[in-house]
Design a protein around this ligand. Structure first.
Ligand code: SAM
Length: 283
């Protein structure tokens, strides 16, 4: 029987951004993606808010070529490092919490990836570590969502028969008690300012014409809905980044809560925004 070969399309030699064919590139320009789970996500379960590996693989494939250097200044369970290593990129991660560094190294070792050969993971405040980093080709990250894990008292997920990461959240599990943890900032404005400082150091470390993606959803502060996306775009533009578009990352397997019912409309956040930026400076 004749086996039909999948037509992956043609690679254009002028492509300086990534290793994709035109057909693969086009697919990833859609303004929404379905978030996709895979077996490699399971090992990150002990972190309150990890990325899913497949989602980050797609971003890294879009914004880098093989051997390029990918930075995550809020690296947590090391998903960015794992996705980078799988795709033959060199991942550089930073996080304040030593438990998350240990978790990430265990995850990466399981796949036989080795520190300093395939990736690096710095333990510390990104504010300090970033002073000594440069020559970065892509930044992909997700900061703490201000103090929502503490506020909602709801970091830990209930184990659910339907599958991991489908359960609702129960119990408190936030990142740390460290004052420089962005999840512990007193006010939303303090959070935005601290985040802006770290992202300005990422801007300095990033090579010209390269990209940066921030994954974050809108959330509530003092029970009021905040357009977090708008605030992030403004603070990144103040740094000098060019806004290049948002991808809605749909998470349609989360439970729906009747927050305001039957008195007022309250939204269920069932997507993350992947907010994309580019550094373009005149040379
Ligand atoms: C949303 S989580 C990132 C999860 C990560 N994307 C993953 O896949 O596991 C945010 C992380 O930022 C870290 N963090 C908070 N403030 C930090 C700071 N000033 N410097 C470095 N890391 C920080 C927290 O410890 C937490 O792991």
């Amino acid at each position: 029987m004749e086996v039909k070969k999948e037509n992956k399309g043609k690679y254009d030699k002028r492509n300086k951004l990534n290793d994709l064919t035109g057909k693969e590139w086009l697919k990833l320009t859609a303004s929404f993606w379905m978030s996709e789970k895979c077996a490699d996500d399971r090992d990150a379960y002990n972190h309150p808010a990890p990325f899913l590996v497949k989602d980050i693989r797609k971003l890294i494939s879009m914004f880098t070529k093989k051997e390029m250097r990918v930075l995550d200044p809020f690296c947590g369970s090391g998903t960015t490092l794992l996705a980078s290593s799988i795709l033959n990129r060199y991942g550089i991660g930073i996080d304040l919490n030593s438990e998350y560094r240990d978790l990430a190294i265990e995850r990466l070792s399981k796949k036989e990836f080795q520190e300093f050969n395939d990736y690096e993971y710095f333990l510390g405040d990104s504010n300090d570590v970033l002073e000594n980093l440069n020559n970065i080709d892509y930044v992909v990250t997700s900061p703490p969502y201000h103090n929502i894990l503490k506020n909602k008292g709801s970091g830990i997920r209930k184990k659910n028969k339907k599958g991991f990461r489908n359960g609702s959240r129960i119990g408190v599990d936030y990142y740390s008690d460290l004052p420089n943890d962005l999840g512990n900032k007193e006010s939303y404005d303090d959070f935005l300012q601290s985040f802006q400082l770290i992202m300005s150091k990422c801007f300095n470390a990033l090579n010209n014409k390269k990209y940066c993606s921030i994954v974050i959803s809108d959330f509530t502060v003092d029970k009021k809905e905040i357009c977090v996306q708008g605030d992030i775009v403004r603070l990144m533009q103040e740094i000098g980044f060019e806004f290049v578009g948002t991808i809605a990352l749909l998470q349609n397997n989360k439970p729906l809560y009747p927050f305001g019912y039957p008195y007022a409309y309250k939204i269920n956040h069932h997507h993350q925004n992947i907010i994309n930026f580019r550094k373009v400076i005149e040379e």
